[in-house]
Design a protein around this ligand. Sequence first.
Ligand code: URA
Length: 217
Amino acid sequence: MIQISAAARPHVHLIDHPLVQHKLTLMRKKEASTNSFRQLLGELSSLMVYEVTRDMATQTVEIETPLETMQGTAIDGKKLVFVSILRAGNGILDGVLSVVPGARVGHIGIYRDPATLQAVEYYFKMPKDMQERDVIVVDPMLATGNSAAAAITRLKECKPKSIKFLCILTAPQGINTLYGAHPDVEIFTAAIDRELNDHGYILPGLGDAGDRIFGTQ
Ligand code: URA
């Protein structure tokens, strides 16, 4: 069985908070309805984004309370960008935007051509001023890692200040591939599962995240 490489290990943040783990377990159950799967994914994403944004830059600002002047803390710099890898990444957006409502949103659509096995981009739309922004790429499943690595390669053409990757579930192969292509990108996940099957699905996993979010099974 594939193991996470020693070099990649420090770049992986496993968010093992009991609430996160509880919600993930409910999502994994095959009998979870589309509605509850989507709702749980939203709740899980909003909890996980606290950890991903823990080191956000802040500044001190002077404000007036009803009683006196004080120095408060506020987020510094241009607004954060969440970049969704289509289509399952969209299932994470509502949750993260509920916590960071001012953030901007970008979308990347990439698929693997079955004949050439090359990543083909079919959609790419980012906010302005990407050079001044921090980016969190979102996709529930980091499986083979190929589409995440290709999406981040493309994103780097916009030269954002920083890139992090937020997923719900991954496996050692996905971590090794993403780390190998982009060792500067920290990976945040709620679980590292055992392995991939022959179709690239994570085991034990939760099935096809896109189908479960959108009810397209
Ligand atoms: N994408 C999914 O939706 N599920 C997996 O298990 C792997 C990739």
